[in-house]
Design a binder for this molecule. Sequence first.
Ligand code: HEM
Length: 537
Amino acid sequence: MHDYGPPMGYKCTHELAALYSSLIICKDTQLTMLVVTTLILILAILWYKFKLSNSSNGAPPLPPGPRSLPIVGYLPFISPNHLHTQLTDMARTYGPIFKFKLGSKLHIVISTPELAKEVVRDQDETFSNREQTIAGLVVSNGGQDIAFSNNPPTWRKLRKIFAYEMLSNKNLEASRFYRMEEVRKTVTNVFEKIGTNVNIREIVFATETRVLTRTIWESKGVKDENLADEIDMVSSNIFNLLGKGNMSDFFPILAPFDLQGIARDMEKQRDKLDQLFTRIIEDRIQSNLKKSQEDEVSQEGKKDFLQVILDYKDEKEATPLSMTQIKALLLDILLGGTETTASTTEWIMSNIMQNPNIMKRVQKELVEIVGTNNIVEESHLSKLQYLDATIKETLRLYPVSPLLLPRSPKKTSVVGGYTIPKGCTIFVNVWAIQRDPRNWDDPLEFNPERFLTNKCDYKGNNLLFFPFGSGRRLCPGIPLAEKMLTFIMASLLHSFDWSLPKGEKHDFTEEFHITMKKRNPLIAIPSQRLPDVSLYM
Ligand code: HEM
């Protein structure tokens, strides 16, 4: 029996007594409640202080010296499909820099141009490592390519060859014919489908794969459509696997079990691609041996990419590239170029179709620059300023890599006054920055006009608009991407009018895998626009 009387000043009524006895049963319970209440109070105070220290609104000034960034959440293993929007919402609560754990891995999210500058420009060297995923490491043979590499000497060498040799103006000019022929083939294919459903993403993916495969190895002779189709299929499979959330990445302790079979499936795809590449490279080495030195393949200015890579010799040591390095370059150009261009084209077309006035204006420009008794050629592209602005506006609202390719600091460093531990994962939320009302007027309005007045480019110098990244890891494929995006869009809009299937509505739902694409593919119906049918042949 415990004797707890009513508090002083209370009349002992039956109700009060009943309430009292239901709340306070014994002394031990009272003590427990006291401890629990105190704990809750302490946690509430800590949470409040923590929120304040992360809040962008009314945040107290940071004390001098780096502070530890508190963890704002432990996201359990999640499907990454909406990661960029989730992280944008979290930034509204926790401010422009916050950290959270995905599984056992620490992630830091940056959501303002000022902080992005600290990472990708001011401390570019420190933050130049990539966050390496298991699928990425498998497909790149342990990061031996450019995109997944964390080995500065190899990365530098391969990137130099990629940007200055393969994608040099001279080589891009030499491969102009393949782009022209393949884009024309696509126009003919679409013409045959007039009045029926066309999947925009699929036709662009196939066009881009054919352009790239021919640019890589078909300077003359190798015309293997099946090979291009096989590569098309393997690349799509690789992309699917790269975009899957892998438990082993978030809980490395589980990696040996490969519970989702992602590493195993990726090994299969890598081996298939490896066999295809081996076939192509060995064929070329054999045919080079047979051919005379005056052969077209080896003539200045007429080399395809494969020949450029095979002829490359290290400046100092005069050593050629290893077979693994050659394959790694082929892998990067195929993976880097197909999915990104196809997804971006689909977003551009969706936005243009949803805005009939913009469609009219793009087509009016095409009539002025190209004419209606002519076909689009690369010489027209630089004059298509309104189309260029429309592409930029799409890349602003729908950057296909909304969090860039994640980076990781080589050493512990400081960003925004906070300590950033070595080896964590950094997400630069370009999607949030490019939609932030502090950076853009009416940010959610699709308005290409803004890029006619504001002549900014996407070469990584302007951290309000950097869909291709910035700093030393900036996308090296920009010259090719820009040509292909403009050429395909100009050709599809010059040759056809486009409408949605009856009863369909525009759907802009995003889904983020390794790139951000439309959840439901854009299906559109083409109709003939040019008077002369021979312009479609
Ligand atoms: C619409 C087209 C494209 C977009 C939006 C795009 C975007 C990007 C982004 C955001 C990055 C990461 C940059 C960073 O971390 O700062 C990147 C890297 C890369 N891109 Fe692209 N890209 C496109 C087309 C291409 C093309 C056509 C190629 C090749 C022909 C390519 C090859 C690469 C490679 C190899 C990397 C890795 C660079 C490195 O890690 O050093 N990309 N791209």
